[in-house]
Design a protein around this ligand. Structure first.
Ligand code: BGC
Length: 395
């Protein structure tokens, strides 16, 4: 809470400080509308201080209606509370949209998201940002919104067969490849002579989970084929951390030779790690992987239970989504410097902003997540983790 508050305060104070300089003529292109300057923000312009958003203030003033972001849950990953909610809030505020946006969380219920979307439309939303729990419910929300003249942007997860105008995410196959290479490097670094690998996947209702799988499978399949590694099992995937724990326990009981696991995010990894600790398995002997740079994931890396996490700088994703929404509610086409790709939603190609993730382990934790203030040293380096922080140059 403390960290979220201070991140937000930092973003806002810097945003306000920079807003005076934001009217530099070079940043503006003349739009086709009547004497309205259209600011240009690019996908490369999003920084930890949210300064790019201040360029969108005039456009935000001009736009109509509310922007409502619908996030899926608070349990499958710490990211929604730790990053998405505060960063979306900071992005909209930095653009001056103070009372015209809301960030809501469906707490794992698709029908709650449906109700939230309907209420948002009734209360004057012009743009919805949707991170769906599954594509079926997401598509129903988007089609209903469209019928009422409300635009949708897919946020982080694409809605298959949906009606969104844009999609904002990371390159999710790259996220998966990063997990695969992180796993391989760790197997070597920790000296696992004969990896007996349990492959754990994310929830099949999330298209991202398929893309992550595509990524790590492309890296690890050659190892399985050459018999350098053995794939012991690949049970049905889930983002539910409790179910993932049960899955791991069942698999480990059935196959006690398992000595490593490809785990698709920090939450699932932590479930496995809690079981490893109960089994008194020692640090740096059982590789696991992750993504999201959650505090817990980073601590598990520092203490030798997780090899790495894929750091997805959500401050960029949140700003890209907020910027798209601000262009759309002002009736302006987002610039090509922002929209850098296309993604198929199965029925159509959706113009996309796709961002690049990076791997984080003990070697670069200080120069990435800590430097970006994604986490504070105080929240990361608690108790038994303090010594590992010092060893990793985090202070
Ligand atoms: C997100 C991940 C997250 C997972 C579970 C995916 O769609 O991209 O960041 O860990 O869902 O919430």
């Amino acid at each position: 809470m403390q960290a979220r508050g201070s991140r937000r305060a930092l973003a806002l104070s810097v945003g306000l400080a920079l807003s005076v300089g934001a009217l530099a003529p070079a940043a503006y292109a003349v739009s086709s509308g009547p004497r309205v300057a259209t600011p240009t923000v690019s996908v490369k312009s999003f920084t930890v201080n949210f300064s790019a958003m201040t360029k969108l203030k005039a456009l935000a003033k001009k736009g109509k209606g509310n922007v409502v972001a619908l996030l899926p849950d608070t349990q499958s990953s710490a990211r929604y509370v730790q990053y998405d909610e505060p960063y979306l809030t900071a992005a909209f505020k930095a653009a001056g949209l103070s009372s015209k946006f809301q960030v809501q969380n469906a707490q794992g219920s698709a029908s709650t998201m449906q109700t939230q979307a309907e209420a948002a439309i009734t209360n004057g939303a012009s743009v919805l940002l949707i991170d769906p729990l599954d594509s079926g419910s997401g598509a129903a929300i988007e089609k209903n919104a469209k019928a009422k003249g409300v635009a949708s942007i897919d946020y982080d997860r694409i809605t298959l067969n949906g009606a969104s105008s844009y999609y904002v995410s990371f390159n999710n196959v790259t996220v998966g490849k990063n997990i695969g290479t992180g796993f391989e490097q760790c197997v070597t670094a920790w000296g696992i002579a004969k990896p007996q690998v349990l492959v754990m996947d994310g929830d099949p209702t999330d298209n991202n989970a398929k893309l992550f799988n595509q990524g790590y499978t492309s890296v690890l399949d050659p190892k399985f084929k050459s018999a350098a590694y053995t794939k012991v099992a690949e049970p049905a995937g889930t983002w539910d951390n409790q179910k993932a724990l049960v899955t791991f326990q069942q698999q480990y009981t059935a196959h006690p030779t398992i000595n490593s696991a490809v785990t698709p995010n920090d939450g699932v990894a932590n479930s496995v790690i809690s079981a490893l600790k109960t089994l008194q398995i020692k640090p740096k002997t059982f590789p696991t992987t992750g993504q999201d740079a959650s505090v817990q994931g980073l601590q598990n890396i520092l203490t030798g239970y997780q090899c790495m996490t894929v750091y997805k700088p959500v401050y960029k994703e949140a700003q890209a989504a907020a910027a798209l929404a601000i262009y759309m509610r002002a009736g302006q086409k987002p610039p090509s410097s922002l929209v850098n790709g296309k993604t198929s939603n199965s029925t159509k190609s959706v113009p996309s902003v796709l961002l690049i993730p990076t791997n984080v382990d003990t070697k670069n934790m200080a120069s990435t997540v800590v430097k970006d203030k994604a986490v504070t040293v105080a929240e990361l380096c608690t108790g038994a983790v303090a010594a590992a922080c010092t060893a990793a140059g985090i202070s």
